[in-house]
Write a protein that binds this ligand. Structure first.
Ligand code: MOS
Length: 703
């Protein structure tokens, strides 16, 4: 699709469609990704990953490998520098020891990095890594997640594991209608296009790290702590990023590259293969969720319980907070949520697009659909009857809550009113047809950021911010925000990002990137505009204004702040093969002020597409015998392709400015996937009359 770049009149650039400012660079190959930046004397490292799932490294036979052509070093626990790992970083969490490679001889999971082979060329490094013989003292491992594990425990992390109010059992007993169901979601992987890559070089004692990350300041901050450096002695650059989805924080490649570069005093690049990504870069934990709902005859909730269990590694507690969505979406007289964890001999999971909300909304929104069926109430009506006045757990007022507006607009566009509520009654040849809906929500936060905006002597403007555009269109959005605040056309603004030397800023995650950075850019640009004298002369170096939003964003905490949405899906189910096809999908979102409708639609449709993939395709299967994944590549791990996704996937939005954000932004990175899988699953029920509570809804499960 091509859309002619608009020439928006200034002011009012925010909200107008604009093609990506780096689009030409990307399609012509001029855009440099992490693995493209040249370094003189560059050498290459390849990881050797453990073949056992638990145990100890007994020995590494490095001598034959060191004699191979071009091989310069083999880094492992016996010769690697020790890192500081006992700190709480800028995101308020401890580092995942999974990233701190070569610190001990323990192997906590299959595919754990046990060595890095460095050679003059990538091919030499790869050949030598393949040849490295490692022997292990193997121990029995356990990778089986199940609901009844006695060693599961309520999460202890920075977010409460349990919330509860009221007498749940009493309210359930007094309810006219009860749903009590278990839902499961499988292990899912980010599978972004660009694999993780990092190049490190110690430039006169200063670490110069070029990588592919979604948090420049975050990575720089962690490296300073890990390597016990002054923050000014670390520079991180990430110019273009081919997708992140939560996995591109501090990972083994950056750490190993920095270690090897120090040892060899040369720039070292570490690139992961697609297969290595499946054990080295995190993933979404499988979940086992139990939802209990109790309602009066009118469908109003008296009892709501959502318990979600996820796995984590033996070395780190990562919580996929599936039950968190119930803390926002629905209230009940008795309300209980619990996020539980069990430690297995598996890699640490991590954030994956809409962590918690994506799997949590599958369980909760399917359970709501089941309750609607039992009550004989329309699923949208049931949700509208259960709209809370304030945050069900926090008790705080909502900054805005436009769930009802999303459902009303969606019902109108989708043609919901003509729906026959009975399941299994619509047919198109061998296909059974059905429609389903689900609500969506995602927290709308912000992180402190700094930005600098310069009025250049030639009449243009330069924004400098250490943001990371992971493919979302952040560069373009920040261009529009700056132009709007400066009241100049977007063509007069250029945005430089992806460099920690531009000062601290928030991360491209948690749907907070553009929001956090946009705030800082708008603040600096707005102040700069006030300082400029119309027709006045500029000094040769221009005039620069810097901003810091640390104080300003603190005010956000006074209210519950979320994006909202309503997802709609129509499916066809082939009763002879069990195949499910999504025929059309609509998402209506209340997601703050939309800065660039073009890239916003991309983001939301992308999230919904991932929801289709989650509902029908994605599933990483762990082999109990080896503790590793079957088919850990894009042949074995099926991500929805064009053939799986209908042309008719549309995302629209209702007016929903955040009243406390200077631009009105909330953040759109993640809400698109939330509820999408539930809408598909609810449509499959409507088509067939059968509830599918385990994802993905594979043909063999449908039959
Ligand atoms: Mo997202 S999972 O916060 O990159």
């Amino acid at each position: 699709m091509t859309v002619a770049p608009q020439r928006p009149a200034a002011p009012g650039v925010v909200g107008t469609a604009h093609t990506r400012v780096e689009g030409r660079d990307k399609v012509t190959g001029a855009a440099r990704y992490g693995g493209d930046i040249p370094f003189a004397g560059l050498v290459h490292g390849t990881f050797v990953l453990s073949t056992v799932a638990r145990g100890r490294i007994r020995s590494l036979d490095t001598a034959p490998v060191l004699a191979m052509p071009g091989v310069l070093a083999v880094l492992h626990h016996g010769n690697a520098p020790r890192l500081a790992g006992d700190y709480v970083g800028m995101l308020g969490v401890r580092p995942d020891p999974t990233a701190l490679v070569f610190q001990h001889d323990r192997v906590p999971h299959a595919g754990w990095p046990v060595a890095l082979v460095v050679a003059e060329t990538p091919e030499q490094a790869r050949a030598a890594a393949d040849a490295l013989a490692v022997s292990y003292e193997e121990e029995p491992h356990d990778v089986a997640l199940s609901a009844d594990r006695p060693d599961a425990y309520p999460a202890e992390g920075h977010m409460p594991g349990v919330t509860e109010k009221g007498d749940l059992e009493a309210e359930l007993a007094a309810s006219a209608h009860v749903v009590d169901a278990e839902y499961t979601t499988p292990e899912e992987h980010h599978a972004m296009m660009e694999p993780h890559v990092a190049t490190a070089w110690w430039d006169g004692g200063r670490l110069d790290l070029v990588d592919s990350d979604q948090g420049i300041t975050w990575v720089a901050d962690e490296f300073a702590r890990m390597f016990s450096l002054d923050p000014s002695a670390v520079r991180v650059r990430s110019e273009h990023v081919g997708g992140g989805f939560g996995s591109k924080g501090v990972r083994a490649p950056q750490v190993a590259a920095a270690m090897a570069a120090a040892q060899l005093d040369r720039p070292v690049r570490v690139t992961l293969t697609r297969r290595q990504m499946f054990s080295v870069t995190g993933y979404r934990s499988p979940t086992v969720q139990r939802v209990r709902l109790g309602a009066g005859p009118d469908g109003r909730l008296r009892a709501l319980e959502h318990v979600s269990l996820n796995q984590t590694s033996t070395v780190y507690e990562f919580v996929e907070p599936g039950a968190g969505v119930a803390r926002t979406m629905y209230d009940a007289t008795a309300h209980r949520t619990e996020n539980r964890v069990v430690r297995l001999d598996v890699p640490s999971p991590t954030w994956v697009r809409a962590p918690g909300e994506a799997p949590g909304s599958f369980a909760l929104e399917c359970a709501l659909d089941e309750l609607a069926e039992k009550c004989g109430v329309d699923p949208i009506d049931l949700r509208l009857r259960n709209e809370p006045e304030t945050g069900p757990v926090s008790g705080l007022p909502f900054a805005s809550r436009n769930v009802a507006a999303c459902f009303r607009e969606g019902a109108r566009r989708f043609g919901w009113d003509a729906r026959d509520p009975r399941p299994g009654v619509r047919r198109d040849g061998r296909w059974l047809l059905g429609t389903g809906t689900a609500a969506a929500s995602f927290p709308a936060g912000a992180l402190p950021s700094t930005a600098a905006v310069t009025a250049d002597a030639d009449g243009t403007f330069t924004v400098r911010i250490s943001a990371s555009d992971i493919g979302t269109g952040a560069r373009t959005a920040l261009t529009l925000i700056a132009a709007d605040a400066l009241r100049v056309p977007a063509e007069r603004v250029r945005v430089h990002l992806g460099d920690s030397d531009f000062g601290p800023s928030g991360i491209a995650a948690g749907s907070m990137g553009t929001r956090s950075w946009g705030w800082a850019v708008a603040a600096a640009a707005g102040e700069l505009r006030e300082r400029l004298v119309p027709g006045g002369e500029l000094p040769p170096e221009g005039i620069t204004v810097r901003s810091d939003t640390t104080q300003a964003i603190a005010a956000l905490a006074a209210k519950e702040r979320h994006t909202w949405g309503a997802q709609f899906a129509e499916v066809a189910v082939d009763v002879s093969t069990g195949e499910v096809r999504v025929r059309r999908m609509l998402g209506v979102f209340a997601a703050g002020r939309i800065v660039n409708p073009l890239t916003a639609r991309n983001q939301l449709v992308g999230g919904m597409t991932w929801g289709i993939s989650m509902a029908l395709h994605e599933e990483a299967v762990r082999d109990a015998a080896s503790g590793a994944l079957y088919g850990a590549d894009l042949a074995g791990y099926h991500v929805a392709t064009h053939a799986d996704v209908p042309a008719d996937v549309e995302a629209v939005w209702v007016d929903d400015h955040d009243p406390d954000d200077p631009v009105g932004i909330k953040g759109i990175g993640e809400v698109g996937i939330v509820g999408a899988a539930a809408a598909v699953a609810n449509a499959v029920w409507h088509a067939t009359g059968v509830r599918h509570r385990a994802l993905p809804i594979r043909p063999d499960r449908v039959l």
